[in-house]
Design a protein around this ligand. Sequence first.
Ligand code: PLP
Length: 391
Amino acid sequence: MSSMRRVYLDNNASTPVLPEVVEAMRPYFGETFGNASSIHHYGQETRAAVERARDSVARLLACRASEVVFTSGGTEGDNLAIAGLVTAGDHVISSSIEHHAVLNSCKHLEALGCEVTYVPVDGRGLVDPDDIRRALRPSTKLLSIMMANNETGVLQPVEEIGRIAAESDVYFHTDAVQAAGKVAVNVQKIGCDLLSISGHKMHAPQGAGALYVRKGTRLQPLFYGGRHERSRRAGTENVPGIVGLGKAAELALEALEPGEERNMAALRDRLQQGILTHIDEAGVNGDGAPRVPNTTNIFFDHIEGEAMVIALDLKGLAISTGAACSSGALEPSHVLVAMGLPGGRARASIRFSLGKQNTAEDVEFALALVPETVSRLRELSPVYRRQTVSS
Ligand SMILES: Cc1ncc(COP(=O)(O)O)c(C=O)c1O
């Protein structure tokens, strides 16, 4: 069988585990297997590994090690932050562009007797902090506003939102799943009480993540069991996953210091520019807003995004229409609709997201395929054909 060249530009869905991360994890699948709660030698070994990983994650987030709670990923961190804090009668302020891990946590709270205000975003995908100020009520307990959007990469004004939370004495949770490892994430600067990250979005394995919980923040646990993670998350630790997350956190921090995110942004900009100069009736969703360096979300009018994903996959390029968990959904992306895109344009949008493994050649590979695929799909669109014939 001939092996086709494949390029993966869907890193916001999941990233490949870096070789250094695999190496760091390897002993914990084999000879180093003890339960981190056991007091004997075997337990001490894995306990030490978990605590080293906790230190690494704490350095990445600029918090204390005791403020890091290991979780199974972003979804659990978001659920623990929200459900752990809010009770019936409380008011929550979130936004219309959150990941479903936050949105559906909020929906669940509404069913339990909480009220939730979802602030809108503007055409660039940005929350207006004044909308948050206006939505505050005496019963407001929590603000949950994401740091970077998974579909557009747009960075929210979290530092200003952190100031609002502090002034108003409400808790602030931010979903930083798509920010960690891409831009600096400093909980002191953000001024948040809770912040979730996920391993598999930053080159660690799937099924491991962490929630920063500011000292003194009391959370109701999601799981009942042993006193793991200082009684904030019961259950025997996923030691290999946690070790992988710790290693990925170290690598992310090392890359941020010399400014590697600028190289990533240059690669992303080359991809974006290359596409836009060759294709008309296309544009960037989130243009004009600050974005993480690895993501661009582009609309190609007169095509179906799903058809584009399939056509490009057949040629070896992996991209997506947006959140992996919403793929196959018939409704257009809630994020793009919240930004004011008409349904057709939202369905004609494609997310390209780079990872540390991607090279300039990968970008050229994509540039060789995307324009011709868009033209071919447009030729097949009856509406587009009618328009081009008549004009
Ligand atoms: C912004 C955001 N939050 C939360 C999640 C969920 O994280 P996990 O897949 O680790 O549960 C994702 C993953 O797609 C995400 O992009």
